[in-house]
Structures are given as C-alpha cells and as structure tokens.
Design a protein around this ligand. Structure first.
Ligand code: MLC
Ligand code: AMP
Length: 505
C-alpha cells in the first residue's frame, strides 16, 4: 500500500540532485540530500519507539533540518505538530499535554524551560538548533539514509495545527493526508507552479501558509525555494531578482512598498505574488499595481480548511475580494442564527465544504460538532458576501479574533490573564488598526473600587506566559466597559473609539 502524501510530495524527488532549498548565502540543499536527511530522522524517531499515529511536537527555528522533520513524519506516518517559536513554555505545555506528544524537539536555548514540560507529559525532549546542530541531529547522523516508507491512506492523520478558540482554549485541528494533498494539487494547478519556478519563502513553517501552501506546492511542482529564515526586507530585496513567485501576509507587501528600492525593475522576473492569512487592503493592492505593474493574487484560507477561495490566475484579480471557490470546494453564505443559505449578495456566515476540510478537533467532539456540520460544511466564523460576478469578499468576523501580522490572537486568552491581575475588576481586549501589522492588541481595564492599577507591573506579569506577538501594545483604564441592555460588552464601540490610536502615533 502506498503513502499518498509522501509519494506525491517527497518520494517523486528521490535520487534527484536538483536544487530544492537555496539559502540566503547561496548554499543549496538538493532534493536528494533533503530526503536522505529526513530518512535518517524517520529512523531515529522509530528507534525511540515513535509509532505511526504518534504526535511529534516541534518548536524549532526555520531551517532545512526543521523542514526535513516534516518529511520524516510523513514518511513514517507520525502526526507532525509544529509550534510557533514565539510560544512560551506555558503555552507549549498545553499543546504537548493536550496532544499527548511522544517527542518534543526544541532549540537548545529552550531546553531548560521545556524540560519540565516534557517530563510532565512523558515526552522525550531533544534539541535541533537553527544551524542544524543539536542532540537530535547528532544521533540522526548515524542512521541509514533510506527509510522504508510506512503505508498510509488519505484518511490518516498527517498533522495537528493548534488554533485558539473564543473560550481561550486552543484546539488541535486534525489534518489528514487527503486534506493536505487535495489542496496542494488544486493550488499548484490554479497558480501554475512548475519546476521552473523559484519561490521566495520568508513565511514561518509552523503555520498553514508557509508549510501547507507554500512548501507543499513547491514540493509538488518541483520548484526551487529561496528559503529565508524570516522576513528580512534587505534580503527579500536582494533575492527578489532570482525569484519568480512570492507568497506573504499583507505586512510583507506593505513593508516592501514602504521601501523605495522596491521597484518595477526589481520585480520584472516575477510572475506571481500571492497574499493571504489577513485582509489585504484594496489600497495596498492598487498601490502595488501602480508601483510594479503586478496585481497581487489574494486568496482565503484557514488552519482547519487550508485554502478555500482564490482570485483567478487568468482573469481579473479584484481588489478587496478573495476570489472564487477553488475547484472541488463549495462555499455557502448562511444566516448565523438559522444556518439557512442567504440569497446572493447578502452578508452572512461563510461555510465551506470540500476535501480540504479537516477531520475535527482532537479530543473535542463538542467543539467539532459546533463548527463542523454533519453534512460536511465547516462554519468558518468569517462574514462574507458574494457579488454578482461570484467574487467573495470577507466583510467581518463572527468570532472574537485579532489578526496581527498574519498571527491569530484570541482576546479571551488575554482577558483571562488580565482579569486575574491584582486590582483588575474586568477587561476587554480588542484589535485596532495598525500600520505595519494590520491590527494590533489593545487591552482595556476596569479597576476594582479604589484600586490604582500599575500598568507596567500588569504587562510584566502577563508577559511571562504569553507569546510576544499577543502582548497588548498598550493598556488603558476606563471607569466601566460599554454594555448593551443584555449586559454584553460592546467591543464594536470600543474598536470605533480607539480606531486611530496607532495610526497617527
Ligand atoms: C513579530 N512581532 C509581532 C508579530 N511578529 N507582533 C505582533 N504581530 C506579529 N505578527 C513582535 C516581535 O516579537 C517583536 O517584539 C516586534 O513585534 C517587532 O518584530 P519585527 O522584527 O518587526 O517583526 P518580524 O520578526 O519582522 O515579524 C513580523 C512578520 C511576522 C509579519 C514578518 O510576524 C510574520 O512572518 N508573520 C507571518 C505569520 C503567518 O505566517 N501567518 C500565517 C498563518 S496561516 P519585540 O518586543 O521583541 O520588539 C493562516 C491561514 C491562511 O492564517 O489563510 O494562511
Ligand atoms: P488561521 O486560524 O490562522 O488559519 O486564520 C484563519 C483566518 O484568517 C480566517 O478565518 C480569516 O478570518 C483570516 N483570513 C485568511 N485569509 C484571509 C484573507 N485573504 N482576507 C481576510 N481574512 C483572511
């Protein structure tokens, strides 16, 4: 029996000495070197007793070795669980325990902090550093460079990606081989990727966008990846001339546009710029076209569904819209209260069905049932509208979520921490417009009677257990929070009141 995801993305490149990853310094990792490295990793995990279906959690910097751990997991049938490198030990502790991870790989700098986490959940902790060194790599080096691929079917789990929730508790989205495969097959064709492409890749590889969209497409098409550890404007501008395509969150595009070196001349080799994970302002889209002559292709996706819609490759890429449903994907606009479909043109909840839609949340059947209907439609929590030509626009969110620089932040998680601070009666956390990150976090506090809040101390207290990108950029104190007659906090009013706070700073 085959292993569809491994065979299609990785196995096809066995023995090829073509460049797969090109680093910023010009050094290259070929397809074959990459596959040999991942085979060694698969052996080592197996020798440690990791079995098909077991979870392997990784919190490691972006590197060829980090990417080889992904291939190793697919080849050996493990569930790959990548974690944001910004997460604190407290945050990782929840993911490790909730997923029942057998192994945790981390950077050596983090191993002291994560040792108690691993011990508490009975996971093995090993290190893999940004330069490819570490206890894991050292042991793997002694392993054979070929591994017998483990049989899997399209319904088997390939990865867990944790996504926060409105209750403050993160949920492990279970993605199957079939989910990942169907999406990259579709996108490769829709966006015309081939072995002649060179993809400028500066996204992190612990989220859908950088891993299951960018990397999987390049693997499938046999494209070269210009593999940057992170977004660095100077390096992006330097490597742009060697690229044919780029994918990024809107912050990438606004940062590029903010630099006078980013010119039409520099982008003349490019055939495609893709944006997603957060709303691209129509203004950015237009400014980009004016500067470069290229129209950014905006698409819409989620952790739970991979990609759902895309503007067309050929045809009009309409600013402010996320295009049409991808082939095989169905989109409905429904009434949030009744779940009934709404007439074309009305605003409602976006629901999605297709082979891209995940299997459910790990060990959370109630949460799964709330969001994934029995008929297969997933309730996205995004509000949308389809115009007369069939283009979908995302006009808002039916979920309390902030997206900062493409990272999702759930206010509830921060509010729970703020509410527990001495002297705080209650809090509301909102997203407000930010020139670089699109949105940023503002915390609004109400003090207990006669309490005087020490805002610096509060920031420091919550900082220890929250990833940096979730930290409120500012805390303000109000005598009370605006509420409606039902007693519900009116976040819309707060967002309106503070909307200019960071724009003219
Ligand atoms: C970094 N910081 C952030 C941040 N990223 N704060 C808020 N939001 C973010 N996204 C913090 C740093 O810790 C630092 O704190 C300070 O901001 C300035 O850092 P920086 O050097 O300017 O930031 P940088 O490292 O350049 O990162 C910004 C970024 C990065 C936009 C390049 O966040 C990024 O790569 N985002 C992409 C996220 C992504 O891939 N999303 C896809 C999700 S998948 P201090 O205090 O130390 O200065 C998905 C599905 C789909 O959503 O549809 O794709
Ligand atoms: P995540 O949970 O990180 O996968 O984030 C998914 C969310 O990002 C979606 O539910 C949308 O709210 C948002 N999103 C993704 N792509 C776009 C886009 N092109 N425009 C607006 N919002 C987007």
């Amino acid at each position: 029996m085959p292993n569809p995801l491994y065979d299609t993305l990785f196995g096809q490149h066995k023995g090829k000495t073509t460049p797969f990853l090109q680093m910023a310094d010009g050094s290259v990792v070929t397809h074959d070197t990459y596959l040999q490295m991942s085979a060694q990793y698969a052996h080592l995990f197996t020798e440690w007793g990791v079995r098909p279906g077991d979870r392997v959690a990784v919190q490691i910097e972006k590197s060829p070795q980090a990417l080889a751990v992904y291939a190793a997991c697919v080849q050996a049938g493990f569930v790959f669980l990548p974690l944001n490198t910004a997460y604190t030990a407290d945050e990782v502790s929840y993911f490790a325990e909730n997923s029942g991870a057998r192994v945790i790989l981390c950077d050596a700098k983090r191993s002291d902090a994560l040792a108690p986490v691993a011990a508490a959940c009975g996971a093995r902790l090993e290190t893999l550093n940004a330069d490819g060194s570490g206890s894991f790599a050292m042991q793997a080096d002694k392993m054979p460079a070929a591994f017998p691929t483990v049989d899997r079917s399209v319904d088997d789990l390939a990865a867990f990606l944790y996504t926060s929730g409105t209750t403050g508790r993160s949920k492990g989205a279970m993605l199957t081989q079939g989910n990942l495969l169907s999406n990259c097959l579709t996108l490769t064709e829709e966006w015309r990727f081939t072995a002649d492409d060179a993809l400028l890749h500066a996204l992190p590889i612990f989220h859908t966008h950088g891993l299951f969209v960018a990397t999987n497409i390049a693997l499938l098409a046999g494209s070269k990846i210009l593999f940057l550890p992170r977004f660095d404007l100077d390096v992006m501008l330097e490597l742009m001339a060697q690229a044919t395509t780029m994918m990024g969150v809107p912050t990438f595009y606004t940062r590029l546009l903010g630099d006078a070196r980013f010119t039409k001349q520099l982008t003349r080799h490019m055939r495609l710029f893709v944006s997603g994970s957060a709303p691209l302002l129509a203004e950015t889209h237009l400014q980009f076209e004016e500067r470069t002559g290229h129209r950014i292709l905006e698409r819409y996706g989620m952790t739970e569904t991979n990609m759902n819609t895309s503007n067309p490759y050929d045809g009009e890429r309409r600013a402010g819209t996320v295009g049409f449903p991808l082939p095989g994907v169905e989109i409905k606009i429904t009434d949030s209260r009744t779940g009934e479909s709404l007439p074309q043109g009305e605003i409602g909840e976006i629901e999605v069905r297709g082979p891209n839609v995940f299997k459910g949340y790990w060990q959370m059947p109630e949460k799964t049932a709330e969001e994934l209907r029995e008929n297969g439609f997933f309730i996205t929590g995004d509000l949308g509208q389809i115009d007369e030509d069939g283009y979908l626009s995302i006009v808002g969110r039916n979920k309390d979520l902030i997206i900062s620089g493409g990272y999702n932040i759930y206010p509830k998680e921060i509010e729970l921490l703020l509410d527990a601070q001495p002297g705080v009666l209650e809090s509301a956390v909102i997203g407000v417009p930010h020139p670089d990150f699109g949105e940023t976090v503002l915390g609004i506090l109400v003090a207990e009677r006669q309490a005087i809040l020490d805002l610096d101390a509060i920031k420091a207290n919550i900082g220890g257990s929250l990833a940096k990108f979730k930290h409120p950029q500012r805390l303000v104190v109000l005598p009370e929070l605006p509420r409606n007659t039902m007693g519900k906090v009116q976040k819309k009013e707060l967002r309106e009141h503070y909307k200019d706070m960071f724009l003219h700073a």
